[in-house]
Design a protein around this ligand. Structure first.
Ligand SMILES: Nc1nc2c(ncn2[C@@H]2O[C@H](COP(=O)(O)OP(=O)(O)OP(=O)(O)O)[C@@H](O)[C@H]2O)c(=O)[nH]1
Ligand SMILES: [Mg+2]
Length: 322
């Protein structure tokens, strides 16, 4: 039997226009999809971080046969807001929510990313970067900690090497860390600092508004010397909510628990007597700001779901009418 026709196991490191880069035996090889993939739905196609079985062709393109079951899959609605999901990365253990401690800092955005991470099955870790540019780091750390019991928080300066020791535990052999956040937040700089060498290109931000210039242009999986994996991603302007209900409930699990304690099962937390949510806000146990955030993310998620249904209904009608 020809051993070379046996399926091999590799990991997608990059998704290109018509091909995939696959990590295999410490090398990156190029592969294409087996024809039957073209009948598959988007969620079944390989994304960065996927383990795939493929037939190796040392002389040319290898052929991906199947995608292995995933331990996690991070997704977001596409930016056109049509309700179509974009599948970003798979098999991620920790999702670093990278936010710099300048104008980039945004409490709501961190909560959004946390919901997306929890929805997809990854642990959300808020990494507040550029601590060297901030005089009240502690205040930000405390505020981010209030978002959710599920979120871990670290403040670092990759430039000065402050706080980096704390991050080491995440980069254990076999583990996968994905970095997400705005352009210019310092994702690639952090990866270089962890790796101890310049793997990724980095770029200066605009002085006027602290915004980056989209230096990283595609998602990329990198294997570190100790066998940990890290995924760098291009800066995202925003992250929408769609299909994120479980992630939102997980992020705000304490509010769900309060809601369950209301006297009426269908309590809207408005004028009903025996409302545990209102009581918690009144006593200061629950902050109004956080409760409003929970409500608005839930609303956005529901609206996008309704929109998605509406679009798929009109596509069906269109097909029927043809
Ligand atoms: N002062 C300071 N600057 C930093 C720190 N980390 C990163 N920077 C700077 O921030 C700028 C942007 O860093 P990048 O690592 O390219 O940011 P990025 O998040 O990868 O950006 P995109 O690839 O565009 O998404 C660079 O000029 C870095 O030198 C830090 O800890 N302190
Ligand atoms: Mg980058």
């Amino acid at each position: 039997m020809n051993n070379d026709n046996k399926e091999k196991l590799g990991r997608i490191s990059e998704v290109r226009k018509n091909s995939f880069a696959v990590y295999f035996e410490e090398q990156e090889i190029i592969a294409r999809l087996k024809g039957s993939f073209y009948a598959e739905t988007a969620d079944r196609l390989p994304v960065v971080g996927d383990y795939v079985r493929f037939i190796h062709n040392p002389m040319g393109d290898s052929v991906i046969q199947s995608v292995c079951p995933r331990t996690s899959l991070l997704q977001r609605p596409d930016q056109a807001k049509t309700g179509v999901m974009q599948y970003m990365v798979a098999n991620v253990d920790y999702c670093f929510i990278v936010t710099s401690l300048n104008d980039d800092y945004n409490y709501n955005r961190i909560a959004r990313y946390a919901s997306v991470a929890l929805q997809g099955g990854a642990v959300p870790v808020a990494v507040l970067t550029k601590a060297d540019l901030c005089t009240n780091v502690g205040r930000f750390v405390t505020e981010v900690e209030t978002i959710s019991e599920k979120i871990r928080v670290h403040a670092v300066s990759a430039l000065l090497g402050i706080g980096m020791e704390e991050l080491k535990e995440y980069f254990a052999p076999g583990r996968t860390v994905c970095l997400m956040g705005s352009s210019g937040a310092g994702k690639s700089t952090l990866i270089n600092a962890v790796a101890g060498r310049e793997i990724m290109g980095t770029g200066a931000i605009r002085e006027t508004d602290s915004k980056g210039r989209h230096t990283t242009t595609h998602r990329q999986l990198i294997r570190l010397g100790n066998g940990a994996f890290v995924i760098d991603t291009p800066g995202m302007r925003e992250i929408g909510m769609a299909g994120t209900e479980d992630g939102i409930e997980d992020t705000f699990a304490d509010i769900i628990e309060l809601e369950n304690r209301c006297r009426f099962r269908n309590c809207r937390h408005e004028t009903e007597p025996g409302c545990a949510v209102k009581a918690a806000i009144a006593s200061g146990e629950l902050s109004r700001k956080r409760y409003m955030l929970y409500r608005s993310l839930g609303q956005e998620n529901t609206n996008n779901y309704a929109k998605k249904k509406e679009i798929s209904r009109s596509i069906k009608m269109y097909k029927k009418g043809r």
